[in-house]
Write a protein that binds this ligand. Structure first.
Ligand SMILES: *Cc1c(COP(=O)(O)O)cnc(C)c1O
Length: 425
């Protein structure tokens, strides 16, 4: 056995002892998680609870969609839709995808939606569909989006994280000099932004963009339909990683796109048909379809637990700040109340600059319930360093950790944080 595996099983033993003292709900959520070395880090290798059953049944997912005669086939081939729902070719938009899209579109007050295999692919599909030369993006935009823009050689014009209307307008003015054509420039909003959760003046940005007759796209992943409906604020196209809170258990990799105008929706649907990038597993769609019904309850639970953890961190001598717009002391709290009202499971902790990175990383590694992992919005609590590259809005001084509060009992999470603080002194 190599050193890492031995180390992992030692941690498993300490973790098992810790779990034995946890409350029923925490154990229910955390006990099925097997040693990451055995399951390639996947927490639910055989499905979780009800999802395990849905994964085995009801899956259409056939590439050949059958037609009773040539005429119905020709009609479907022309418009890309079968008369009984779904596509004429069974790879993009299966019947399961269709019902999820209808459900989500209604929640977002849109006419229709498309589903993509990930949140990032929803973003990529949208930008490829409109193929702008440049995009105005917030400085705290979701990191992989930058990688995508670089690959497509789309120019990035950044406006400050948490921009006021004036700050956004001056970036817009500069962008318009170089890109005066409507189709060449897209205004992109993500709020609260990734990792540091600043909130820009969303309504002001939309008004300024509408004045300039520019298309607006908003990444609404943080909020989901529960906390914010972008179309009602005048956004043209919403993208959302349903991988996160809608699915809620980390087993629904998917993203949706909803446009306000039917013409825009058609451009996006045509893009999916042309690229085949709308192939989402029917099991994913089935899970999503049911989980959407409990998104709000879960989100409230994540938010309540996050608040308990934030309160604990604020009392610790090694913490200089907690980044969360839910805090009254946050400069974005007014906007937070106006737009979102309630939080989710996410917040970031800024450690005292005098504490060494080694101590902070030992603290992370000593945690039993918080897993080191990307993505968020699931049942398990997570932690990850924030190492975003910012160009116009600097990160705070000191090591920054992003936490996601899962659905475990908060008392167990606090006990876990407490037992790991020994590493910090
Ligand atoms: C996670 C995330 C995405 C991408 O979702 P994936 O399904 O992981 O590709 C997009 N935007 C934001 C803000 C995210 O947090």
């Amino acid at each position: 056995m190599d050193g890492k595996v031995v180390e992992s099983s030692i941690k498993s033993e300490a973790r098992r002892a810790f779990l034995a003292l946890c409350m029923h709900k925490t154990r229910l959520l955390q006990e099925p998680v097997v040693d990451p070395y055995m399951a390639c880090g996947h927490p639910n290798p055989s499905g979780l609870g009800e999802a395990a059953r849905f994964s085995q049944t009801g899956s259409w997912g056939q590439s050949s969609v059958l037609f009773p005669n040539l005429e119905t086939y020709r009609l479907a081939d022309k418009c890309g839709r079968a008369p009984y729902g779904g596509a004429e070719y069974g790879v993009p938009q299966t019947p399961e995808a269709d019902v999820v899209c209808r459900k989500i579109a209604a929640l977002h007050k849109g006419h229709s939606a498309v589903i993509c295999p990930s949140g990032l692919s929803a973003i990529a599909t949208t930008l490829d569909a409109f193929s702008p030369k440049a995009v105005l993006i917030p400085d705290n935009v979701y990191g992989p989006m930058i990688r995508f823009l670089n690959r497509r050689r789309i120019t990035q014009i950044r406006y400050p994280s948490g921009a006021s209307t004036d700050e956004f307008s001056s970036a817009l003015l500069k962008a318009r000099i170089e890109y005066p054509q409507r189709e060449d420039l897209i205004v992109y909003i993500e709020a609260p932004g990734s990792g540091t959760f600043e909130i820009p003046d969303i309504d002001g940005i939309i008004a300024a963009s509408q004045n300039a007759k520019l298309r607006t796209v908003m990444d609404n992943t943080w909020a989901s339909h529960v906390r914010f409906i972008p179309l009602e604020h005048g956004i043209d196209v919403v993208v959302q990683a349903t991988t996160k809170y809608e699915g809620g258990y980390g087993d629904t990799p998917s993203g949706i796109v909803i446009a306000k105008h039917p013409q825009d929706m058609q451009i996006i649907a045509d893009e999916l048909r042309a690229t085949g990038n709308g192939a989402v597993a029917p099991t994913t769609c089935s899970r999503l379809y049911h989980r959407i019904d409990s998104t709000e309850e879960r989100l409230n639970q994540h938010a309540d637990t996050a608040q308990r953890l934030i309160d604990w961190f604020l009392k610790q001598p090694f913490v200089t700040a907690v980044l969360s717009p839910t805090l009254e002391t946050s400069p974005y709290h007014e906007r937070f109340k106006r737009y979102f009202g309630k939080g989710n499971g996410l917040f970031s902790v800024v450690f005292h600059p005098e504490i060494s990175a080694k101590h902070i990383e030992d603290f992370v590694d000593a945690l039993h319930l918080f897993w080191v992992a990307e993505s968020w919005g699931g049942h398990l609590s997570l932690v990850l360093p924030v190492h975003a590259k910012r160009e116009v809005t600097p990160l705070p001084d000191g090591y920054v950790l992003r936490f996601h509060a899962g659905l475990e009992e908060y008392q167990d999470l606090l006990r876990d944080l407490n037992q790991a603080t020994g590493c910090l002194s």
